[in-house]
Ligand binder design. Structure first.
Ligand code: UD1
Length: 355
């Protein structure tokens, strides 16, 4: 069996790690295509190095651009790659522009497409990720859902017959990296003179939060007045937007620094007293590590984290402050994101269903 994984953005490299390992273990021929959507070493190369992912076989080098320019540039390059390799499956990940481009190119070439992390919905049609995930699910031949809720969304849209619950591959990689850390302290403690449990960890990068200057200023202000230091791991998008609009990201409690490599991020979450984020992955990682999370959005795809009390949605300064200082949620052994063996299941399904 031969499969092609198409990835391009940071969270996709994390999901690729357990899939690449499972493919190797199963003796599958696995071609890795990097679109080049993310190109900064801290958003790309470090993930390949730290997570032991083989270097990409093909790098399209598309870089940044408007949605149409970026997606179109990927589309125009992918046809030739798929034609050359003619795989049994193209595997696409998550909800980025790299996902929709690869799904569209493959489906038009009659190459079976499997969508990993299918069925997630925010029901917010202003989000670029929502367009990408809905269109990819409907183009795909196989929708690989991480949760029961995702399966229900797929069924509701008439996609039940081509959907399968496999669990969440991010659980696989997170549990492995957490175990490998074996109590190694976070690099943030020494670097910033912080005590374990004495700070909040924040990431903000979504277009809805960064592109409108008033909204960005409101979030930055909300973080800067919290009761403990807030370490903001600043994605290039928020750095660029803050600079453009003259918003300073180091006032009051707020300390801004570049993003962390994956193992360092997990160590930092574990050392923090809470996470404040708009990232999908980090909401789940915080839950799996049982660190309280505050999500700066009006809705989340990962509703289980909210229902179990480990995640609270907050938008205004007052809501963010109330959420981060709330009482620690009650312990739970619920495992809505699978058992840490999703990737092996995904690869086996692709082998079984290869034409
Ligand atoms: C993309 C995904 C988002 C995902 C996020 C993870 C889409 C529509 N969005 O958002 O779902 O959560 O990745 O990080 O696909 N930039 C750099 N260096 C880089 C990459 C980007 O400086 O290596 C800057 C550029 O100014 C670029 C901006 O960040 O214009 C946005 O990058 P882009 O890839 O368009 O989207 P993300 O915000 O990263």
């Amino acid at each position: 069996m031969k499969m092609i994984s198409v990835v391009g953005a940071r969270p996709q490299f994390v999901k690729l790690a357990p899939i690449a390992l499972a493919a190797q273990t199963a003796g599958v021929e696995h071609v890795i295509v990097h679109t080049g959507q993310h190109y900064d070493p801290m958003l790309s190369d470090v993930f390949f190095e730290d997570l032991g992912i083989p270097a990409p076989d093909v790098h399209l080098g598309v870089g940044s651009g408007s949605h149409g320019v970026q997606t179109g540039s990927m589309l125009s390059s992918l046809d030739a790659v798929f034609e050359e390799h003619r795989p049994n499956w193209v595997l696409v990940y998550g909800d980025t522009n790299s996902t929709i481009a690869a799904a569209l190119s493959a489906v038009k070439m009659h190459i079976p497409v499997a969508h990993l992390e299918a069925g997630l919905r925010s029901f917010n049609r202003r989000m670029p990720e929502e367009h990408n995930r809905v269109l990819t699910d409907h183009a795909a031949d196989l929708c690989l859902a991480p949760t029961q809720v995702a399966m229900e969304h797929l069924a509701h849209e008439g996609l039940a017959e081509r959907s399968l619950l496999v669990g969440d591959v991010m659980t696989d990689v997170l549990l492995r990296v957490r175990d490998e850390l074996s109590d190694q302290p976070s690099v943030l403690l020494d670097e910033l003179g912080l005590a374990a449990g004495g700070f909040y960890l924040a990431t903000i990068h979504r277009a809805e939060n960064t592109d409108d200057p008033a909204r960005l200023a409101q979030i930055v202000q909300g973080l800067s007045v919290l009761d403990k230091p807030v370490v903001l791991l600043a994605h290039p998008r928020i750095v660029a937007k803050a600079a453009e609009h003259g918003i300073t990201m180091s006032a009051g409690s707020l300390i801004s620094r570049p993003p962390l490599a994956y193992p360092d991020l997990i160590a930092a979450v574990l050392a923090s007293s809470g996470v404040v984020t708009d990232s999908g992955g980090l909401q789940k990682e915080a839950f799996l590590l049982r660190v309280p999370c505050t999500t700066v959005r009006s809705e989340t795809e990962w509703v289980e984290t909210v229902e179990l009390g480990w995640n609270v949605l907050a938008n205004s300064s007052a809501e963010i402050a109330a959420a981060v200082t709330r009482e620690r949620p009650s312990d739970t052994d619920a495992a809505p994101y699978g058992d840490g063996h999703a990737a092996a299941r995904v690869v086996q399904v692709l082998i079984d269903r290869a034409e």
